[in-house]
Design a protein around this ligand. Sequence first.
Ligand SMILES: [Zn+2]
Ligand SMILES: [Zn+2]
Ligand SMILES: [Zn+2]
Length: 368
Amino acid sequence: MFRGIPKVNRTPILVRVKMALSELRKDYLLDRFVIVPTEDGHGNGNGNGRSQKKHNKVCLYCPGNEHLTSSAVLAMVQKDGMYQMLSDDEGSHVKDWCVRVFPSNEPAVSTAPSVAYGDQPLYREPAYGFHYVVVAAPEHKQKLSKMHIDQWVNVLLVIQDRVKWLYSQTRVNYVSIFAGYGNNAGSNGEHSHINLVTFPTIPSTIMQEAKASERFMDDSGSCPVCDIVNVESNGPREVLSMQNFLAVCPWAPTYPYEFWIIPKRHSPSFSSASQMEINDLALMLRSTLGGLCHSLKDTYFNLAFHLSPEKKNNVMIHWHIEVYPQISNWSGFERAFGVYMNNVSPEHAAEVLKPSCRKELAESLGVK
Ligand SMILES: [Zn+2]
Ligand SMILES: [Zn+2]
Ligand SMILES: [Zn+2]
């Protein structure tokens, strides 16, 4: 476990190359980890679920092709208005599922034994962990931005169940939840899904947010994200407000039209969200993603949950979801210095997104 003083903003764990067994290498100087194949690993995946979902042009995630993936660790089935959480037995697959979870065919991390450890400046550790794919709906063409609220509730319940289970496993110190839509986001034309990837170490962005939160709490006595909710509610950057969640374009957005979804109640993790909060979040996700894609011509986007690491009580953030539309590419400025150019102010972005998100919300609720 490497922990230290964070030095730069937004240094995601990079997952780009094909790999089977992989290791986490830390930057010479920064608290930034990169996943690379082990020296003797040749790899057959690319670690982020981008290319192997099609097997002889068959979608591995579609119903009927369950035998082409690993066994489902969880398959949600709807029966007589009730839901059951089932799992595949050896040789037989749960049919008629509405959400299906199984180990990725091209995992970024692995629970296979590996012995790659090293000290500074060549710090490395095994990329130990679990990588699950949560297929969001049986229908191949179902977009996350158009998915019915009830199905969003199902997906969120399944994610919550899996996150709790993953944190009960040894060497799981962080569970990352992320999804994408579109070429740049890694899922263009592919079956909608969400990735759950665990890490033995806490990702640097989460550490930076936690350290900053701690400093803010020490100085002001309050949680900075609770303050954001107070300051941004009914302000020029508010996108949508629901009973339990607020969507805002952040004050200093890294991406044009970036927005965050924040629980109004102070809460460190999505694991403890109540059924009522999950219902509200489903409506919020559907309305804002629908509004985003309506406003910006079905734009590509990435979506990530930022949660507290549940095994580390001293590392705490007020959880939230960040959505990054993929409209412009980073230049050398962003890549080299961590200073971001954004040609769309968050105030303008909120002005554009707000009416579309409200319209999607009204339609979802059946209000004309
Ligand atoms: Zn499919
Ligand atoms: Zn808070
Ligand atoms: Zn965040």
